[in-house]
Design a binder for this molecule. Structure first.
Ligand code: GLN
Length: 482
């Protein structure tokens, strides 16, 4: 099979060809590594590419299949991993100078699961430093470009993972999502991204940004590929104290069975606000029509307080970040500054030189909102807002199965955008509230903007209702391809 043909296969196709022995994992892996080699310089999606290790893993996967030991669906399938997820013996940088030399002595649980399943890890993908950003431009290793238009950003923070999929440099990838970092890049790059219910995927080995919100998520070319990857990584883990003990059935198998359950779809008023660009509104309205055509009942719901959610998110996530990132001081962990006179200077210089501007801004903000005198005014009020948003969602889910919004109010920004940081923060206005509530949310392509760039539809579901989300996503995906 020619490389171009291999690269065009979905994971489902590859699984069939691998089990029919019509294709080997080594052939697939080589095709992807060549594709990476051709594009790495122009798009910059990987921080580390595992050329030799990937081929060795692929050979192992082929042998396991030949001897009948391969039990998992994804045995031999290549995967890319965001560079804030620890990989034993492989540099894990969080796209920061602070961790540019960090080689973890252990694997994240999700990585262990993928290796056990026989997946082939192609490399570690670029991101906004420590997950802080919406453009993938806050990286010590240089910005990632959007493969659909290299003058645009891919979205962040998991921009490398989404761009890798859109440019055929991996079939599927892991990202992490604290306030939208899987969904926004998926939307900007025209691929599918799913942030699962908080607690359903282990966070052990995910380098923390804001622990109460962080969640590892999956990105793929289509809904089924995304479901296959999520099936492999979710489940209880005793190493993560927030991990749920729930048992899960395979999403991939569930999706292959039809259901005639009528879908009730909530449409919040806020999605029609002036801040949402006209082309995004048009694509959003088309998506509503697609769901209606499929028999869904559309129900207007009271708006979720998006602006307040945004403010609460930046207070809470920065507060947690300031605490989580305090360990990177050049002594306990991370980059150590040279030529210092005393320990105070060592801490100050290591942190000043090791962190980029956005990370420093968040640490300052977080330290401020936690300081005495301001704690009640900011941190406690933000916590109250988070609780209110959670109960608003709980109320809404009494009457609807899913809630839909645009993933972002606009298409991908230009690399040269001159937006202030607060304007950039608003690109996450729709993704943040489900994160605050810990709900699962999906971004699926639902059209194109005036600039011919993709637009994503966000589908939010109730806790542990990933199957419902993916089913709704399938309706959009199928009609989009017609
Ligand atoms: N863009 C948001 C931020 O900068 C969300 C990031 C994320 O989900 N990791 O905080």
């Amino acid at each position: 099979m020619k490389d171009a043909e291999i690269l065009s296969l979905s994971v489902t196709d590859m699984v069939t060809l691998l089990s029919d022995k019509k294709l080997s994992s080594v052939e697939i892996t080589k095709a992807y590594l060549d594709s990476i080699g051709r594009q790495q310089e122009s798009i910059n999606v990987y921080i580390t590419v595992l050329y030799d290790e990937a081929i060795a893993q692929a050979e192992k996967a082929d042998n396991a299949r030949a001897s009948g030991e391969a039990t998992s669906r994804i045995n031999g399938i290549p995967v890319a991993i965001k560079d804030n997820i620890c990989t034993k013996g492989i540099r894990t940088t969080c796209a920061s100078k602070m961790l540019s030399e960090f080689v973890p002595p252990y694997n994240a649980t999700v990585v262990d699961k993928l290796i056990e399943s026989g997946a082939v890890i192609l490399g570690k993908t670029n991101m906004d430093e420590f997950g802080m950003g919406s453009t993938c431009q806050n990286s010590f290793f240089g910005e990632t470009k959007n493969p659909l238009d290299v003058t645009k950003v891919p979205g962040g923070s998991s921009g490398g993972s989404a761009a890798a999929i859109a440019s055929l440099q991996t079939p599927v990838a892991l990202g992490s999502d604290t306030g939208g970092s899987v969904r926004l890049p998926a939307s900007n790059c025209g691929v599918v991204g799913l942030k699962p219910t908080y607690s359903s995927v282990s966070r052990y080995g995910l380098i923390a940004f804001a622990s109460s919100l962080d969640q590892i998520g999956v990105i793929g070319r289509n809904i089924s590929d995304t479901a296959i990857l999520l099936d492999e990584i979710r489940g209880y883990d005793s190493k993560d104290s927030t991990s749920s003990k729930r048992e899960y059935r395979s999403l991939y198998s569930a999706l292959s069975k039809k259901t005639d359950k009528k879908l009730r779809v909530g449409v919040p008023d806020e999605c029609f606000s002036d801040y949402v660009s006209e082309d995004v509104k048009t694509a959003y309205c088309n998506a509503i029509k697609m769901l209606e055509k499929f028999g869904a009942e559309i129900i207007r719901i009271n708006s979720i307080p998006y602006k307040q959610a945004l403010a609460a998110y930046y207070i809470l996530s920065s507060a947690e970040a300031s605490s989580n990132l305090s360990r990177f001081d050049g002594v306990r962990y991370g980059y150590r500054a040279q030529n210092v006179k005393n320990t105070d200077e060592l801490f100050i210089k290591s942190r000043s030189e090791g962190f980029g501007d956005e990370v420093k801004k968040r640490i300052l903000l977080g330290t401020f909102v936690l300081s005495s005198g301001y704690y009640d005014d900011y941190y406690l009020r933000a916590t109250a807002m988070k609780n209110r948003i959670t109960s608003d969602f709980n109320c809404a889910f009494k009457n609807v199965d899913v809630i839909i919004t645009p993933t972002s109010p606009r298409t991908a920004l230009s690399l040269e955008h001159m937006l202030s940081c607060t304007e950039i923060y608003k690109t996450d206005m729709f993704t943040i509230s489900p994160s605050l509530a810990g709900l699962p949310a999906l971004s699926v392509p639902c059209g194109k903007g005036k600039d011919n760039m993709p637009i994503g539809l966000q589908i939010i579901g109730n806790y542990f209702c990933e199957e419902t989300l993916l089913r709704a996503g399938l309706i959009i995906e199928e009609q989009n391809h017609e």
